[in-house]
Write a protein that binds this ligand. Structure first.
Ligand code: SF4
Ligand code: SF4
Length: 558
């Protein structure tokens, strides 16, 4: 019995243009003379360079180490000499340069020693090995696979979905990969199953890829575990992770949550093959399949070393006059390339060359007529016209309230807009502004916290100093008081006696002084004179005595 399928809301049916490139065999792009390998090819921290100019490196050697948990290593794609570790243009819509390692290849393509992974090793160790082998999601998000293969506290992730949707027009690298490498893809799936502990494995493939479906079914039949290959209706963006989950399981990932929150993990088929190469052969991720299509003579898929210049691929596919620009990715979600010297990176699934005939310039954008066609087409159930209004007005807070970050940038809204408004460009602009502001805010918060801590430290030091001085003064006072309290009674008596002696001495000195100044005319008198004086003194004493007695009249009156 076939599995019941569910339908996600919205979506569009743009012309597929798949046959242009999926009918030719895969070719290996030749080794270029120069490889420019960016150290930031994944979500998270860019790799830290571990080579210097002049170093000889071998194919598969680490040239940039993973920096933290959400990061992966970056490797030399071939052997040669490092000629630069500097800023180079990279395939990013900003056109800005980023840190890259440039290798002048020596043509020998010599590998480093490799060995298969021990699948019996503890899961955490296995994941670290995959991180060091540079495995990231190849479906466009380039999220480090080691992180996605960690079920965390849940211990297991019951449902594993392998995404073979590839719904973007023109791109066929996943289709071709499934046709040619179905067994390898399923070897990778076995490793994912082991690390996630999944019991249900579903592989969703759009029903416009019958050869891929047949190849995967044949490979799945050889396995000793159950894998269900499910054909899903071809409708853009059926290959979006959330849309694939909803189509296969009927479950929706809630806003702001991860699919693992509802017990589901999703990997692209390209990631599964890269994982198999890593597990079975110890090979780091140094190449990938790239569709080169559009305005070229021989649209096809190439196996390309990471770091190969894009113009090399266009030359291989047959450059034509009338090129009006190049997109990395498809026409719905692709980003324009600033120049064609930029290298192929892990996220490069397609190099789409444009021409006036294939991609006529859009008419001038007109005002929004509030027709709501964009809302009808939006698979994320957003209000694109409102998001546009807020993004245009710089009202990013309101844009976030309208779930700007649930937008998967699928471009369905722009595709159906009768006013030809480049809606997705506004959403990308709003998101980048919000990220930039958050980054600035984090930086200013950090600066403020540092300043506040410095002020706190100065105040604390002042307080500590004041407390020390106060404690010292207190100790001195206590010491003095203790000295007074501990004096003995004998010492106190001695003190008092000393004081008395001092007073007596002072009185004696005063008396002596007084004596010195007393009249000296009675010294050395003759006995007669002395006798005479004594008589005079006696009479005086008598008179004083009489003077003290009351008068007779006074006695009578009293
Ligand atoms: S489709 Fe275009 S014109 Fe219509 S509501 Fe949306 S943004 Fe406005
Ligand atoms: S680009 Fe965003 S807003 Fe537009 S249809 Fe897609 S998810 Fe909706």
């Amino acid at each position: 019995m076939s599995r019941p399928l569910f339908q996600f809301k919205g979506g569009v049916h743009p012309p597929g243009h798949k046959a242009e490139s999926n009918t030719r065999p895969i070719h290996a792009a030749p080794l270029p003379k120069k490889l420019v390998i960016p150290l930031r090819q994944h979500i998270g921290n860019p790799a830290k360079p571990v080579v210097s100019v002049g170093d000889h490196v071998r194919k598969g050697q680490i040239i940039g180490e993973a920096d933290g948990y959400i990061s992966t290593a970056v490797h030399a794609s071939s052997s040669g000499i490092v000629t630069a570790v500097d800023l180079q243009p990279v395939p990013h819509v900003s056109g800005l340069a980023d840190l890259c390692v440039t290798i002048e290849t020596d043509g020998r393509d010599e590998w480093v020693a490799r060995e298969p992974l021990d699948l019996g090793a503890p899961p955490a160790e296995l994941r670290m090995r995959l991180r060091d082998l540079g495995i990231v999601g190849l479906g466009g998000a380039v999220f480090p696979s080691a992180v996605k293969l960690d079920p965390g506290a849940a211990q297991v992730c019951p449902t594993l979905i392998i995404n073979g949707g590839e719904c973007e027009p023109w791109i066929t690298c996943d289709d071709v990969l499934m046709r040619h490498f179905a067994d390898e893809i399923l070897q990778g799936v076995a490793v994912m199953r082991l690390l996630l502990g999944s019991s249900e494995i579903l592989i969703g493939i759009e029903d416009n890829k019958p050869e891929a479906i047949a190849a995967m079914q044949a490979a799945a039949a050889k396995l000793d575990f159950a894998v269900e290959i499910v054909a899903v209706p071809a409708r853009y963006p059926a290959g979006g992770a959330k849309q694939m989950i909803e189509t296969l399981t009927g479950k929706q990932v809630p806003s702001g949550k991860l699919s693992t929150d509802i017990g589901i993990q999703v990997f692209n088929v390209g990631t599964a093959r890269a994982l198999a190469r890593a597990a079975c052969h110890g090979e780091p991720l140094i190449s990938r399949l790239v569709t080169v299509t559009g305005h070229v003579l021989r649209p096809q898929n190439f196996e390309v070393l990471i770091g190969t210049p894009m113009h090399t691929l266009i030359t291989l596919a047959g450059e034509r006059d009338g090129n009006t620009g190049v997109l990395m990715g498809g026409p719905m979600m692709g980003v324009p390339m600033p120049n064609l010297d930029v290298p192929v990176v892990k996220a490069t699934n397609c190099v789409l060359v444009k021409s006036k005939e294939l991609f006529p310039p859009l008419p001038k954008a007109l005002p929004c007529i509030r027709c709501t066609r964009c809302a009808d087409a939006c698979p994320a159930e957003l209000q694109p016209q409102e998001l546009f209004r807020f993004a245009k007005a710089g009202d990013f807070g309101r844009a976030q309230e309208y779930h700007l970050f649930d937008c998967i940038e699928c471009g369905c809204c722009s595709y159906v807009c009768p006013s030809h408004i480049p809606l997705v460009d506004f959403y990308r602009y709003a998101k980048s502004e919000i990220w930039a502001r958050e980054k600035d805010k984090r930086a200013s918060d950090l600066a403020r916290e540092r300043h506040e801590f410095r002020q706190f430290r100065i105040e604390r030091e002042k307080k500590e100093k004041a407390e020390k001085l106060a404690a010292k003064a207190q100790a001195k006072r206590a010491e003095l008081a203790a000295g007074a309290d501990t004096a003995t009674p004998a010492a106190a008596d001695a003190d008092a006696n000393a004081k008395k002696a001092l007073i007596a001495a002072a009185l004696a000195r005063a008396q002596a002084k007084k004596d010195e100044v007393a009249p000296k005319n009675i010294d050395n008198l003759s006995p007669d004179t002395r006798h005479e004086i004594e008589e005079i003194e006696a009479r005086r004493a008598k008179i004083r005595e009489l003077a003290r007695q009351p008068l007779e009249s006074e006695e009578k009156n009293s």
